[in-house]
Design a protein around this ligand. Structure first.
Ligand code: F6R
Length: 605
């Protein structure tokens, strides 16, 4: 959701910024812009509604260069996508240029006050108020100005700021929005995310809230809001540039689906003896809690929903709740020091999930996060953090991060069961072996790609596709439905099989597809009878699962999955569901990696 890149160094900033913006495209955007500090002491600002290619077109007609600049991809919140509303915003006097991610909640009051003093606004955005306020305050010291401005802002922000009077100084500050500082031999960077700087460096500082970074060509300094210097560690990013490139695949989503055997192996390994996550899982004394609450958004919530079934079955834990973070944050949930709150987030920056975590902490709960992005807010603020080893996930629709979240949740549940005295060690060994067998089984499903692609190509015309399952198959049906709707734009809902007759079955007619998931042996019969009910009303059924007795016919198609312990079957079902969604969307020729209206990291409420 919005992307920032800034550079000050010895090279031309323009190609570096454009390339960095391309690496941030996955975050979702509808316009883009760049401001460059020119040698003659002015800013060149080029902004364009639409894709980066359109901005590049504008730059081709309006070439510019300089050793310092800031760039931005905007995902509209206040004001429509337009050239004027794009960032960077520059103050009336042309002195200060700003890029902003986040939302300024008190922008109306600030704007009214500035307008009363004669300041004219050029956009409908909340962000412009930052540039105008900065110019209003500026008395010759840009860092002091940024501190003054930040102290007046309510809401969330990551800012990149340049001033024409201070030619080789790039300032960054953040609150509740990510910003990293990259350090390279030829110059220094600010960016919303690591992939934007990976071509130049893997050495980064993670900026914390209310910290200011002052970047020059050959130095980076940090300060607190009292302008006192801070020491921050320089960290080495382990992701490689290849991890953040498409590597010959037509879409990041397909590449990320195909990476799942590897990232699952890495993640499972991290939770087995000697692994980093194992040490942490072992430290958690689950017996100290009388309630577990899992909270997250979107697919991460679906992973949590799967985990509820597993924790219940393996640990017999008395109270396990799964709650959408956007709801949990405003509920008066009864939680206290005896509650373990598990927070799941790929990005570690989802605004609702952060708020839910903070709410839980304020009530004394212990927070355990499962996060993919090192240095992210949730990773830093939670009491304990398990890292998924998914590597950078670029496609907006999550695939490999979801799978690795499930893997860690399985390992957590198994360990909790042992700690609670509910599982003998021999069973623990067997179950860990089952989890460790998942990457090979995922590989086997990826081997069926042609059959799934062929079936998906017949599905582009459906107006509605329903997903049903029972028990843990219902939990993963939710993820299948979400995946399909977000990238194919086909209406879709997921239901517990038993719920069909309580309303939904009235929607079943000729030209409806129902995807039925069936991995729970004791419930095969039930889900098959649901399938028969919809087939007799004109629907077609795609059966996904290890139900080898089902015989395909013209109304029933099947994707047969390898045998695995029922509790871990979501990890196999989801691969078939991801491939199905991917190929439906691919056959519709859609922009799969950047579906309309969606952003990768939802940093606003
Ligand atoms: C769906 C998807 C989203 C995210 C959700 C939470 O494919 O990717 O539903 O799961 O926005 O994001 P994170 O995990 O970054 O907190």
């Amino acid at each position: 959701m919005c992307g920032i890149i800034g550079y000050v160094g010895v090279k031309d900033a323009v190609p570096i910024i454009i390339e960095g913006l391309k690496k941030l495209e996955y975050r979702g955007y509808d316009s883009a812009g760049i401001a460059v500090y020119r040698d003659d002491g002015f800013f060149d600002v080029v902004k364009q509604k639409g894709r980066l290619a359109a901005l590049e077109g504008r730059l081709a007609n309006h070439p510019t260069q300089g050793f310092m600049g800031i760039g931005h991809t905007r995902w509209a919140t206040h004001g429509e996508p337009s050239d004027a509303n794009s960032h960077p915003h520059v103050g009336n006097r042309g002195k200060i240029a700003v890029v902003h991610n986040g939302i300024i909640e008190n922008y109306k009051q600030l704007k009214e006050r500035l307008e009363a003093k004669g300041v004219c606004f050029a956009s409908q955005t909340d962000s412009e108020v930052i540039a105008q306020l900065a110019e209003y305050y500026y008395k010759g010291d840009i860092m002091e100005t940024v501190v003054k401005v930040a102290n007046r802002l309510e809401g969330s922000y990551a800012l990149g700021v340049m001033c024409v009077d201070e030619p080789a100084t790039l300032i960054a500050v953040k609150k509740d929005n990510p910003l990293i500082i990259g350090v390279s031999k030829h110059g220094n960077f600010i960016a919303s995310d690591v992939p934007a700087v990976l071509r130049h460096t893997n050495q980064v500082h993670y900026l914390d809230d209310k910290e200011i970074a002052v970047l020059k060509m050959d130095s980076v300094q940090f300060f607190n809001m009292d302008q006192e210097p801070l020491q921050k560690p320089l960290e080495r990013v382990t992701w490689s540039l290849d991890d953040a490139e498409k590597g010959g695949y037509p879409h990041f989503m397909l590449k990320e689906i195909m990476e799942q055997p590897k990232v699952l192996r890495d993640t499972i390994q991290s939770a087995i003896n000697g692994g980093k996550n194992k040490a942490l899982i072992d430290r958690l004394d689950v017996a100290a809690f009388d309630k577990i609450v899992i909270t997250a958004c979107g697919s991460a919530y679906n992973a949590g929903f799967v985990a509820k079934y597993i924790l219940e079955t393996l640990c017999g834990f008395p109270s396990i709740e799964v709650e959408l973070a956007s709801e949990f944050r405003y509920r008066d949930a009864v939680i206290n020091g005896k509650t373990l709150v598990i927070v799941i987030s790929q990005s570690g920056e989802t605004a609702d999930t952060i708020a839910a975590m903070r709410e839980a902490k304020s009530k004394g709960a212990v927070t355990l996060s499962i996060v993919n992005v090192v240095g992210s807010t949730i990773a830093k603020e939670s009491d304990f953090c398990l890292f998924t080893a998914a590597g950078p996930e670029i496609a907006v629709a999550t695939t490999k991060a979801f799978s690795t979240q499930l893997a860690l949740l399985y390992m957590l549940a198994i360990r909790f069961a042992v700690r609670l005295g509910k599982m003998p060690q021999a069973t623990e060994r067997d179950l860990v072996e089952e989890v460790a067998s998942l990457p090979d089984k995922v590989e086997a499903i990826l081997g069926q790609i042609d059959a799934i692609q062929k079936f998906a190509s017949t599905c582009v015309g459906y107006k509605s596709i329903f997903f049903i399952g029972r028990n843990i198959d219902y939990a993963i049906a939710l993820e299948g439905s979400l995946k399909l709707k977000e990238i194919s734009y086909i209406h879709s809902e997921a239901y517990a099989g038993g719920e069909l007759k309580h309303g939904t079955i009235s929607l079943i007619e000729e030209d409806t597809l129902v995807v039925a998931i069936s991995n729970c042996k004791r419930l095969h019969g039930k889900i098959m009878s649901n399938a028969e009910q919809v087939i007799s009303r004109g629907a077609k059924v795609l059966l996904i699962g290890n139900h080898s007795e089902a015989t395909p016919d013209e109304r029933l198609s099947t994707i047969l999955l390898p045998e695995v312990h029922e509790l871990f079957s979501p990890s196999l079902s989801v691969i078939a569901l991801q491939l199905f969604s991917y190929y439906v969307a691919a056959n519709k020729g859609l922009d799969i990696d950047k579906p309309r209206n969606l952003a990768k990291s939802v940093t606003v409420e």
